[in-house]
Design a protein around this ligand. Sequence first.
Ligand code: HOZ
Length: 429
Amino acid sequence: MTAGEKSIRLYQEAQQYMPGGVNSPVRAFKSVGLNPLFISRAQGSRVYDVDGKEYLDYVCSWGPLILGHAHPQVVEAVAQAAAHGTSYGAPCEQEVELARRICEAFPSIDKVRMVNSGTEATMSAIRVARAFTERNKILKFEGCYHGHGDSFLIKAGSGLMTAGVPTSPGIPEGTASQTLVARFNDLGSVERLFAEQGDEIAAVIVEPAAGNMGLVLPEPDFLPGLRNITENYGSLLIFDEVITGFRVGYGGYQNLVGIEPDLTCLGKVIGGGLPVGAYGGRQEIMDLVAPQGPVYQAGTLSGNPLAMAAGNMTLDILARTDVYDEIGELGTALEEQLRDRLANQPVKLAFNRLGSMFSWFFTDCKVRDYDSVMTADTERYKAFFASMLEQGISLPPSPFEVCFISAAHNINDIELTVKAVSSFLERAG
Ligand code: HOZ
């Protein structure tokens, strides 16, 4: 599969002006060894490249587009907001509305602060956690990704895992030494770190369902165990629900499993495809944030009226329709049809799914942590990605990211996908 002429030409030019020719590493298609496709437009479940080719899209802008691309009501809400001015740098009604929706959907969130990305949300959340506990260390998990703040780029997932450099250069030794790393789904590794340094740990930050080493689900005792350990040691528990927030249901993964973290980080769906993040939690913690309290954090474009309009319209539609049931049913159909096709064929494919989010790993292991993710055959994924693209289906250009089904996908799309996977497996086997 080769990209069209225009994508190739644009990529050549882009490399002259932007590092690696992109503004976010995984988009460069390096780990799948292809020229990236430059996208010119998107509608519903489809994206179109600059050479005019159409693709069924499972990237969905890495998760925000739960309603599909260019949903008419979201587009209309953004257009109306833009007609009233694109940014005020002052409070606006729409940000109060979005904050109210978030607080109502999450029992653990009394107050929330809007920012511009998930990275800002996680960076700010640990600042508040450090101030609240008067401790410095944080504990994260191998393969989890919490944006590109210095404290998190240690044994991280997503683009770092894709590039094979899970710990980024450029992080001062002093900062790196404040981040402890445990193993996802391994409470013993958390208990050992707390036994040694528990009174120095400000917070444990975790993606409650990990979505940046591919999708890895927590085992039943993992999140309750984290809640108990953090409570016992007076540390905070931070759920990074940037991917899972309003994706797995109205609210977060925490609502599905009935665990209340102290702080929650959000992004993606709450911005309806515009740049938004947020962090929130218990009032006594969030009241430390300036100007109520002394912990400084600010942003010119925070609570931007266009982003708030897209987020409010998206959450409004999610609250009053059956989108979660519909996209969950499509996920189930995909899993069931794949299971039938996968029986009795030689290529081993592990399929992890949570409602409308899923990942495929070419391994015969049960995928439950970083080590089992790393057993997956990345060369096979490369061939799979190319084959699916050739058949008109766009997947994440990395074996360590997640696919998303939107409300614009339908059962014919699922059947098309299963057919394309079967055709790849027939040739691969
Ligand atoms: N790290 C993002 C997905 N988990 C990728 C963002 C992008 O390249 O747009």
